[in-house]
Design a protein around this ligand. Structure first.
Ligand code: NAD
Ligand code: UD1
Length: 345
């Protein structure tokens, strides 16, 4: 019998790539999603890649009863990966309560349902945003969590604090919180990838949309930072590498190798690239010249975020393997595929 794993937010960007890795590693996967930022078509994509169609439960996890019912139905699951959340930083500034409500009530319901059904192995999607503006880089897990610059980011910091408190009185539960740096790219098949709704906030989908002719030009937010070319440095990580890290974290929990009931790991490559380096990497891979212009800094941006991924390298035996050109190439292949679909070609 296959080990059943619940994946909330499973039709989303990172959830769908993780579902593929889980299925390919022999797990039975149940996706739980309210489809607020994804489509059930993703299930077809996952089937196309893996040959297996995962079950999709359309559930809004902010509703306790819906959550309880779906968990009771799948109480033979051995673990859960909680991706479900709203993630648009700018929108969270405009609608903070919606973000706190959605991200925290769905977390609290999911935690409670997990324990009520003795599922006991819980992996959480956190973010490098919990470090706020760090005093230096690279950032290790013992750096202080600082107040993030957005309600979205703060919902991740509060989520980690909620889990720390919850675990104290629920000692059957084990949690791994994974702090992602900047996930980009798509599955090599070009069948699944990131589907930003409206204008993308993030650099990579913005670049690919400009190159595809959907947007006129990329605005580079500031070139007066104290970095090698004046643009901010980030630690970009291929989404498939990220997916594979979830498998390692899950295995650690299932094999009872965790050293504490709640562990935290950075997921990054440990390498940093500036915005201009990303643009140039894209131009090289795509053979296209990108229309861009330097403009003012974006509020809340920090000069440099680079992970120290040693803990994940050692304890999870995981390392980011895919390089920048693979990240950029897969993002571009995915963009071209979506455009072909949208244009009905
Ligand atoms: P995504 O929006 O593609 O996926 C999230 C999924 O959660 C969506 O399919 C959405 O429909 C679902 N969802 C939202 N609220 C829900 C609810 N109340 N009930 C059920 N389903 C709900 O986002 P993603 O990029 O795949 O991110 C996955 C997780 O990783 C999120 O928690 C996000 O905050 C975190 N994260 C993402 C990034 C990134 O750059 N993409 C970086 C750091 C952390
Ligand atoms: C952003 C969020 C972060 C979130 C992460 C993943 C902010 C301040 N931070 O990280 O909380 O966890 O996304 O969703 O929003 N850039 C441009 N032009 C653009 C877009 C981006 O120059 O049109 C630059 C930014 O200034 C930044 C870099 O590209 O230096 C990366 O930006 P982005 O992809 O938005 O990621 P972060 O800002 O690192």
């Amino acid at each position: 019998m296959k080990t059943k794993i619940l994946v909330t937010g499973g039709t989303g960007y990172i959830g769908s790539h993780t579902a593929v890795s889980l299925i390919e590693s022999g797990y039975e996967v149940v996706l739980i999603d309210n489809l607020s930022n994804s489509s059930k078509e993703t299930v077809v994509g996952i089937q196309e890649i893996t040959g297996t169609k995962p079950k999709l439960e359309v559930v809004d996890l902010t509703y306790k009863k819906q959550c309880a019912d779906v968990f009771a139905k799948h109480n033979d699951a051995k673990g859960l990966i909680h991706f479900a959340a709203l993630k648009a930083v700018g929108e969270s500034v405009k609608r903070p309560l919606q973000y706190y409500y959605n991200n925290l009530s769905s977390l609290m319901n999911t935690l409670e349902c997990t324990v009520d059904n003795q599922i006991n192995n819980f992996i959480f999607s956190s973010s490098a945003t919990v470090y706020g503006k760090p005093d230096n880089v690279p950032i290790s897990e013992d750096f202080e969590m600082k107040r993030p610059f957005s309600p979205y980011g703060n919902s991740k910091k509060i989520a980690e604090e909620i889990m720390e408190d919850f675990i104290v009185s629920n000692d059957s539960l084990s949690i791994i919180s994974l702090r992602y740096f900047n996930p980009i790219g798509a599955h090599e098949s070009g069948i699944i990838g990131e589907l930003p709704t409206g204008t993308p906030n993030n650099l990579m989908p913005y670049i690919t949309q400009v190159a595809a002719g959907v947007r006129e030009k990329l605005l580079v937010f500031g070139n007066d930072y104290p970095t090698r070319d004046g643009t901010p440095i980030r630690d970009y990580i291929h989404v498939v590498d990220l997916a594979e890290a979830h498998l390692k974290a899950l295995k650690r929990l299932l094999d009872r190798e965790n050293e504490k009931t709640m562990e935290v790991f950075n997921l990054g490559s440990g390498k940093g690239y500036t915005v201009l380096e990303i643009i140039h990497a894209f131009e090289k891979v795509s053979g296209k010249q990108l229309n861009y212009e330097v403009t003012a800094r974006r509020e809340g941006d920090v000069p440099e975020l680079i992970s120290l991924p040693d803990l994940a390298n050692i304890k999870l035996q995981w390392k980011a393997k895919r390089d920048l050109s693979e990240m950029v190439k897969s993002a571009w292949e995915w963009e071209k595929k979506i455009r072909t679909k949208v244009n009905g070609e």
